[in-house]
Design a protein around this ligand. Structure first.
Ligand SMILES: Cc1ncc(COP(=O)(O)O)c(C=O)c1O
Length: 364
């Protein structure tokens, strides 16, 4: 079978399903520590609120989220007409690249960045320049902006970044904003925004607001609000025209009928979000200390996952962990072959992971 009907840039890229449950996993308790999910269910009020809107699902929902948008506007200071919504922030990554970059135009991004961006580059058929990260894995603001050329349309920054978990400092964000030319779109993925705030991170929006050129920030309800299955993310944009363009490429009915109600209910239970962030920080510290006890030096994560160099190929350890029902991941970059990434779970997940790590490494 030929695949000539598929655009050349999209041919022969096999689909990889990150949520697939393997045969042996069906029979055991799985510790899901590979997808940076929240290990706790959504707040009780969210489930109650969703029950109340179930009977309206015969209707298309209003994807502009007219009740939720004013709440986000008030919290962020970004005007309502500068805010739009996506089926998870993943959908917004595609849309942002699509509205900014024509085939063959240039995107500048850090080398070590969330793997999904590889798909985004393919979708828009971009010419991509990757900027080296700093030796500790952090995003290098100077390398990033030095890589901008005449054909560059979009600069991608992720803070805190995945898979490092590291956030940029205020000075670093300022540097990137100041040194991205006014005709280049600056995109900051803040999927882990709430975790960065919990750790005293900088106010990225304040810096971007002072920028003359175009910018967009994406955030999500998937992580700190425990709503990954809901698929709801938002973009805070420098202009209403950006919002219109994103809406055009991401379709009118891109959200599900539960999303707006569930998100409002989640925002109404700040104590629950605080619990999620606090317990995440506790488990993260335990994992970091566990790595250190075994003689490894984990990256300085502020997020709900930690990556560490374990001095041997990560793939083999990930495989052995998975046989035991503990799902973790590699970094998916050849220079970081010896790293593993583990997402924070509940306390029992931490115990299972650290015990297995000790055993597996002891045996290799
Ligand atoms: C950096 C980054 N951005 C975006 C996302 C996607 O989030 P969403 O569930 O909102 O699509 C992830 C998910 O892991 C991520 O790591």
């Amino acid at each position: 079978m030929t695949n000539q009907h598929i655009r050349p840039n999209l041919q022969n890229i096999p689909f990889w399903n990150p949520t697939q449950i393997l045969e042996h996993e069906r029979k055991m308790h799985i510790h899901r520590m590979d997808l940076n999910e929240c290990p706790y269910p959504p707040a009780p009020g969210v489930i109650e609120a969703m029950n109340k809107v179930g009977h309206t699902l015969n209707r298309y929902p209003d994807g502009t989220c007219p009740e939720l948008t004013p709440i986000i506007s008030e919290r962020t200071g970004v005007p309502e007409e500068h805010i739009c919504w996506g089926g998870g922030s993943t959908q917004l990554l595609n849309s942002i690249a699509e509205i900014a970059v024509s085939p063959g135009q240039n995107i500048v991004a850090p080398h070590l960045v969330w793997k999904r961006f590889q798909g985004v580059y393919k979708i828009v058929d971009a010419d991509v320049t990757v900027a080296p990260n700093k030796p500790d894995g952090g995003i290098d603001p100077q390398a990033l902006t030095d890589a901008i050329g005449n054909n560059t349309r979009l600069v991608i920054c992720v803070t805190p970044n995945n898979p490092t978990g590291m956030m940029m400092s205020e000075e670093e964000v300022q540097y990137v904003s100041d040194n991205t030319p006014e005709n280049v779109f600056l995109f900051m993925d803040e999927a882990y925004f709430e975790f960065a705030m919990h750790d005293g991170g900088p106010d990225v929006l304040r810096i971007l607001n002072e920028r003359k050129g175009p910018w967009v920030v994406s955030r999500t309800f998937s992580k700190a609000y425990g709503l990954a299955g809901l698929r709801l993310g938002y973009a805070l944009c420098s202009s209403p025209e950006t919002v219109d363009a994103i809406r055009l490429v991401s379709s009118t009915f891109n959200l599900n009928g539960f999303a707006e109600t569930a998100a409002i209910a989640a925002l109404n239970e700040p104590e629950y979000t605080q619990f999620i962030l606090d317990s995440n920080a506790t488990e993260r510290q335990r994992i970091i200390e566990g790595f250190r006890t075994l003689g490894f030096n984990p990256m300085e994560s502020v997020t709900n996952f930690v990556s560490a160099d374990i001095g041997r190929p990560g793939t083999a350890v990930v495989k052995k962990m998975r046989e035991r029902g503990i799902r973790i991941s590699t970094l998916g970059e050849s220079e970081f072959d010896n790293y593993i990434r583990v997402s924070m779970g509940v306390p029992e997940d931490t115990e299972a992971f650290l015990t297995a790590l000790d055993e597996i490494l002891g045996a290799t």
